[in-house]
Structures are given as structure tokens and as C-alpha cells.
Ligand binder design. Structure first.
Ligand code: NAD
Ligand code: MG
Length: 397
């Protein structure tokens, strides 16, 4: 039996992960579940999946969950506080860790899992954007496995030859074509974008996701973060990652080879496919996702992205070019700006402005240690927080 810890189990990816795990009770055992403070959902998950541990970051909520589980006779050890996330990520009985916490808060437990040599199933792209070098080194040094959950990167992984880590030019890979749906604002004219509301931004045409990544999809910062993610995961140059708008979200990404071949991975837009792939790899298991009806699809469209209407994508390429702490600054400023937008304190079109100004006001340092990265993250939150007129907010419930 493979022991699995699901970090961020109450979120969109977490719920999809538990759905896949429940289809294979003879193969997987849920060891730990974690949430920020949504104890109603975590309580239900504890009853259904019977983990050994449940972590709640908010300590008062952890105590409430503990009392409730005890009084109902459900045997789960409840731990409170941030540090407990690292504890469960390192447990000896945990073989696989699903890193599905949103934002910078996911970095410490993801890194703990990598350092402990686990199979890390990475949904939390922000961790890699902030500290790509450190995370990739930790994976290599501990012998951990890093499998991408982000649908595009999972698609790329599936289209790569098994020995791609020898070097992409060695194996004949010339480009990654990273697809993007374009999000709910794809066809809006520039003046319309200023009045985009949180409701509209979160109404994604093809994917159902958490609120933060939904806004990132609408601004296209999600694709910017994913370009950075791709560079780290596949050791590829930014100039070799081409973003392609593909509104149907059926081709999840492509890999182009020296001989002219382009391999694509397709499927219905449902996160249970990449989750099942990473859980079973190198095998294949049922995910619960309906088979793609290729005749109903009919047509696939591909367009160039518009960097003028969606400056977040340009800012991500700039952060990549600067390197060092610049991607961590980009990520932190984005988290602050997105939260302010969701709280209706910032216009949609001001999101890239806050990020750009924050990047301009902070010098780039070499991202040699976690301390340097955390300091860059803290400073960026402070500057961006001032720019949106409030103190920086930490994390998302
Ligand atoms: P979500 O908001 O639905 O869930 C986030 C989870 O993280 C919840 O369990 C929440 O309790 C927990 N959490 C939030 N703040 C926390 C904190 N400060 N400390 C500890 N835990 C905290 O998010 P999601 O849509 O499931 O996305 C999770 C991650 O996966 C993100 O990094 C996102 O970019 C990535 N991702 C999501 C999708 C998707 O389809 N939802 C697709 C690709 C990648
Ligand atoms: Mg994605």
C-alpha cells in the first residue's frame, strides 16, 4: 500500500485527488490531510478517508476539529500550526505527497517532502516559481521524484522521452508549446477589462478551480507562472517555451522535436487525469474522467497571445530574464494584488501595474538560500501592500 499525504486537501486539486484515491483503495492509503481552516470539509474528509493525521493551520480551528472528531468517535490525530504541514510531509509512512496548497505558503512543506525523498506531485506552482533552483536541487540530492500536476506540465512530461533529463538537445526536443485557454477575458477589448469583477474573473469557461488560480487565468499570470515552472521542470530556456492560446482546452500542451514531430497530450479538461497519471506513473489507472469524444470536438483552434492586453505574461518573462529573486517578487506581488482584487479593493487592470511597480522598486538578488527568498517575498508583499493601500495579506482561506 502506498501512503499518501494530501496537502491542501480541502481545495479544488485536493478534492480531485481524494476522488481518484478513493477509486483505488487497494493501491493507496490516505495518511494525512491538511487545510488552512475549512474544518467542515476536512471533518467530512476525515470520516470518508480515515487518515492518521489531519493538519489545520489555524490553531483555534484545529482544536474545534479535534473536539468534534473525538466526540463522534473518529480516530484521527489533529495537529495545528504551519510547522505540522512539514511534519506530515516527512512522515516515514508517507510515500507520495500531493502539494496542492495555494501560493507561497506551500513552499515549506513541498520542500520538506522533496528533502525527505518522497514522490512529490506538484500542483503548487508558486513553490517552484519562488525557489526553482533550491527545490530542483533538493529533489536531485535526496532522490525524490517530482511529477507535475499542472495539466500543461503533466502533458509535456507525457510527451517527453523517458530520458529527457539527459538534456533536451540530446533527446532532440526543440520547443515546448504551452497551451492556454485564454481565460474568461480572452475576447474582451482593453477598455472593458477595467470593469472585470471577481465573479466574472472566477467564471472560467473550461476549468473549475480555486479563486486565486482562476484570477491568475483571467490575467494570464497563470501562464506566466507556468512558463517559469516549465523552465525549471524541463531545464529549458525561456525562448524555447511558446505560449499558444487554445480556447477548447483539450490539447494540454505539446513538445516539438528536431525531426519536425509535434507530440500533444489531449483529454477532457479535468484535473483527475494528471492526478491519476502522477499517482500511477509509470502505470495507468482509471481517473473517473469521461473518454474524450473526438467527434464531438470537431475543431481545435490555436492563436498567438496578446501581450498588450495581458501584460502579466510579459512581466513573467521579464522576471525569468532577471532571474534570482525576481520570480519570487513577481509571485508575492501577484498574490497581494489578486487578494486585493478579490476583496474588491483593486481594479482588474491594476493587478499588472502593482506587480510591475513592485518589481521596479526591488533590486534582484541571487536566490542562493531560502532566507534570501523569504526576505524578497516579505519585501515584495510590503511594497505591493503599500501600493494597494493595505497591509499585505498572508495566505488564502
Ligand atoms: P484552492 O484555493 O481551491 O485550495 C487551496 C488549498 O490550500 C485549501 O485546502 C486551503 O485550505 C489550503 N491553504 C490555503 N492557504 C493556506 C495556507 N496559508 N497554509 C496552508 N494551507 C493553505 O486552490 P486550488 O485551485 O486547489 O490550487 C492549489 C494549487 O494547485 C495552486 O498552486 C494552483 O495554482 C495549483 N493548480 C490548481 C489547478 C486547479 O485546477 N485548481 C490546476 C493547476 C494547478
Ligand atoms: Mg495549468
Amino acid at each position: 500500500m502506498i501512503g499518501v499525504a494530501v496537502l491542501g486537501s480541502t481545495g479544488s486539486v485536493g478534492v480531485s485527488t481524494l476522488d481518484v484515491l478513493a477509486r483505488h483503495p487497494a493501491r493507496f492509503r490516505v495518511v494525512a490531510l491538511t487545510a488552512y481552516r475549512d474544518i467542515d470539509r476536512l471533518y467530512e474528509q476525515c470520516r470518508v478517508h480515515g487518515p492518521e493525521y489531519a493538519v489545520v493551520v489555524d490553531r483555534a480551528a484545529a482544536e474545534r476539529l479535534d473536539r468534534r472528531l473525538r466526540s463522534d468517535g473518529v480516530e484521527v490525530e489533529v495537529l495545528g500550526g504551519e510547522e505540522a504541514l512539514n511534519t506530515v510531509a516527512r512522515l516515514a509512512q508517507v510515500d507520495y505527497v500531493m502539494a496542492a496548497i495555494v501560493g507561497a505558503a506551500g513552499l515549506p512543506p513541498t520542500l520538506a517532502a522533496a528533502r525527505a525523498g518522497k514522490r512529490v506531485m506538484l500542483a503548487n506552482k508558486e513553490a517552484l516559481v519562488m525557489s526553482g533552483r533550491i527545490l530542483m536541487d533538493a529533489v536531485r540530492d535526496s532522490g525524490a521524484e517530482l511529477l507535475p500536476i499542472d495539466s500543461e506540465h503533466n502533458a509535456v512530461f507525457q510527451c517527453m522521452p523517458p530520458d529527457f533529463e539527459r538534456g533536451l538537445s540530446e533527446v532532440g526536443v526543440v520547443r515546448i508549446l504551452l497551451t492556454a485557454s485564454g481565460g474568461p477575458c480572452r475576447n474582451m477589448a482593453a477598455p472593458e477589462l477595467a470593469s472585470v469583477t471577481p465573479e466574472l474573473a472566477c467564471a472560467h469557461p473550461n476549468w473549475s478551480m480555486g479563486r486565486k488560480i482562476s484570477v491568475d487565468s483571467a490575467t494570464m499570470m497563470n501562464k506566466g507562472l507556468e512558463v517559469i515552472e516549465a523552465c525549471w521542470l524541463f531545464n529549458i530556456k525561456p525562448s524555447q517555451v511558446q505560449v499558444v492560446i487554445h480556447p477548447q482546452s483539450l490539447v494540454h500542451s505539446m513538445v516539438q522535436y528536431a525531426d519536425g514531430s509535434v507530440l500533444a497530450q489531449m483529454g477532457n479538461p479535468d484535473m483527475r487525469t494528471p492526478i491519476a497519471h502522477a499517482l500511477a506513473w509509470p502505470d495507468r489507472i482509471d481517473s473517473g474522467v469521461a473518454a474524450l469524444d473526438i467527434f464531438a470536438v470537431g475543431q481545435l483552434d490555436f492563436e498567438r497571445p496578446d501581450l498588450a492586453r495581458f501584460p502579466c505574461l510579459r512581466l513573467a518573462y521579464e522576471a525569468l530574464e532577471r532571474g534570482g529573486t525576481a520570480p519570487a517578487v513577481l509571485n508575492a506581488a501577484n498574490e497581494v494584488a489578486v487578494q486585493s482584487f478579490l476583496d474588491r479593493r483593486l481594479a482588474f487592470t491594476a493587478i499588472p501595474q502593482v506587480i510591475e511597480k513592485t518589481m521596479q522598486s526591488l533590486a534582484t538578488q541571487e536566490a542562493g538560500s531560502l532566507e534570501v527568498i523569504h526576505e524578497a517575498d516579505r519585501q515584495a508583499r510590503e511594497v505591493a501592500g503599500r501600493l494597494v493601500g493595505v497591509g499585505a495579506k498572508k495566505g488564502y482561506a
